[in-house]
Design a protein around this ligand. Structure first.
Ligand SMILES: [Fe+2]
Length: 570
């Protein structure tokens, strides 16, 4: 077996990847090419790039692995939409029928796959949560580990508990639709006036401003423990079983005693308290799941998967609240990463070989120096640029950050997953108390309550943060040590926390050197890191995207590979 092409698409965050003998060679989200946030369309552009950059054709692909089973999913949608109350028939016309739409989507998917498969290429459909479990475990550094996958829903499963040993994964237990922690969080995200599958970060960011126990009694009827220790949602409050546009009904507002918030309405204290309570409820059931998983597996290691693995606030408390000692959360735990998961699941089921290390998150397109120069020359009316050797570049950037300049950094291959990890990042000074509002005002234009995240060298982590393990992909929120909270105002959230990313010389040499230099000139081996994009845009992919974004906002300097780029007209 040589090449496997993995695909996930159809719901949100489409992506594709290429594996050769178990090694992930390439992976990228389709949104990076199309510019459509959370693009769910078939990843034509990503696959085209994969073929071209690896100099292969469809005839070289042995297997195409799809991240879920569409037929089973349609079965679930068919069965659950039949629960639709009579009055809902009037709201949705036949044209809008979810089952029909999904059946059509499946036919289109088969056609798209047919067009990219070679004469001998096989097609494999993997169970949705098997893909999640496999992505997290097989990309982890652990020889064996407990694995938990929590998301909205796959085919039927919404939660899967498993154990990985060597090159095998065994699924232990699961929880089925409609009982779903992901759907609970997304429904409450919608209730709070944010977009589900996107606004969950906003709920998490808002939570520290509220009272987490204020709605405790009200939630007792909304989400409960079942006799088996599973969680159960009271479906009297939710509509997502039969609607893909509405997640809750009027009963939810009546139960909570407040109306749902519309997107542009003010975020009153009630809504802040509700956000805090939603996070509190999520954590309550999440930690119960983890306790159950530990009891069954007794493994010190935990791999997390599924969209809920982006809940950094809960993830940051795992070591303190459970018996797990080591936590692994891959860079793209949501459905995007499942293209890799489905492929690795297939690979290890067919090949009984030792595990291949797949830790590198920088799996997307790379652009040469010539490509960058062409892009710079295309914009020569707007920018001027200067080449610098690495030994001058790192001190230059550190000095600029200390001077409170906002830097766009474009290096090497784009990272896979929702977070910028230093290759497509905007960097700024964490010590400047004005930096958070300045970044929000001139670049990100996002809600003022949301914090910015720092990168810190791993060897200095315990000095500045109350945590002692690597967090390579920014998916755990930890406490800033008390004596540095005032000194690092732009990365310290209102509750004293920060969603930190750690780097080592091996994980990202460039950023590691930069942080060491910053330590010398600015006093801290820490920098603000936010993704290189403007509000509602996707992370920049190409040098041209980077230059355009640089020109469209008040970023001070762009570092494009070895070029320092400045604006001609400020
Ligand atoms: Fe999922």
């Amino acid at each position: 077996m040589s090449y496997i092409l993995g695909i996930s698409c159809g719901y949100h965050d489409s992506a594709a990847c290429l594996l050769k003998n178990g090694k992930v060679l390439s992976a990228c989200e389709e949104e990076r090419f199309t510019g459509i946030k959370h693009d769910f369309s078939f990843p034509h552009n990503t696959i085209k790039w994969i073929f071209e950059s690896n100099s292969i054709t469809k005839e070289d692909i042995d297997v195409i692995c799809f991240y879920e089973s569409p037929e089973e999913k349609i079965d679930r949608i068919q069965k659950s939409t039949s629960k639709k109350p009579t009055k809902w028939y009037n709201i949705f016309s036949k044209k809008n029928n979810i089952v029909e739409r999904n059946k059509k989507g499946y036919q289109l998917l088969l056609k798209d796959i047919e067009n990219i498969k070679g004469k001998k290429t096989k097609i494999s459909f993997t169970d949705h949560h098997s893909s999640h479990l496999a992505y997290s475990y097989y990309t982890s550094p652990f020889e064996s580990s407990a694995i938990l996958s929590v998301d909205g829903v796959g085919e039927w499963k919404t939660t899967a508990l498993g154990i990985g040993k060597g090159n095998k994964i065994k699924e232990l237990q699961n929880i089925n639709f409609p009982h779903s922690l992901g759907m609970f969080y997304s429904s409450m995200t919608a209730f709070l006036g944010f977009k589900p599958n996107e606004g969950e970060y906003k709920v998490m960011g808002l939570a520290p401003y509220g009272n987490p126990t204020k709605f405790n009694l009200k939630f007792e009827d909304i989400i409960q423990d079942s006799e088996k220790g599973e969680y159960k949602l009271n479906m009297k409050y939710f509509t997502y079983e039969y609607s893909d546009t509405h997640m809750f009904n009027e009963n939810l507002g009546e139960q909570l005693g407040i109306p749902n918030r519309l997107p542009n309405e003010p975020l009153t204290q009630d809504y802040k308290d509700l956000a805090a309570s939603v996070q509190f409820q999520y954590e309550k059931f999440f930690f119960k799941l983890l306790d159950r998983l530990y009891k069954i597996t007794e493994s010190p290691n935990l791999c997390l998967a599924g969209g809920c693995a982006y809940n950094g606030t809960a993830n940051g408390k795992i070591k303190e609240k459970t018996k797990f000692q080591n936590v692994w959360i891959p860079p793209a735990p949501s459905d995007a990463g499942s293209c890799i998961g489905a492929s690795l699941d297939y690979f290890y089921k067919k090949k009984k070989q030792d595990r291949v290390q797949n830790i590198n998150p920088f799996l997307g397109p790379y652009y040469s120096k010539e490509y960058m120069l062409r892009a710079l020359n295309d914009y020569s009316k707007d920018v001027y640029y200067d080449w610098k050797p690495r030994e001058e570049m790192i001190p230059f950037i550190a000095h600029q950050i200390k001077e409170n300049n906002i830097i766009g950094l474009f290096q090497d291959r784009i990272e896979f997953g929702a977070r910028a990890l230093g290759n497509r990042s905007i960097l700024a000074n964490p010590c400047d108390p004005q930096m958070k509002s300045r970044l929000n005002r001139v670049i990100k234009k996002r809600e003022g309550f949301r914090p910015f995240a720092p990168i810190c060298t791993f060897d200095s982590l315990t000095t500045y943060f109350n945590y002692d393990s690597e967090i390579p992909y920014m998916n755990q929120v930890v406490k800033v040590n008390d004596r540095f909270k005032d000194k690092l105002p732009s990365i310290t959230h209102i509750d004293g926390s920060a969603r930190v990313q750690t780097v080592t010389h091996n994980s990202n040499r460039y950023i590691s050197l930069l942080l060491k230099e910053l330590n010398k000139v600015n006093g801290f081996p820490i920098v603000i890191n936010t993704s290189f994009n403007l509000k509602d845009q996707t992370m920049v992919l190409t040098p041209t995207d980077a230059i355009k974004t640089f020109l469209n906002c008040e970023m001070d300097i762009l570092i494009l590979g070895s070029y320092v780029v400045k604006k001609k007209i400020l």
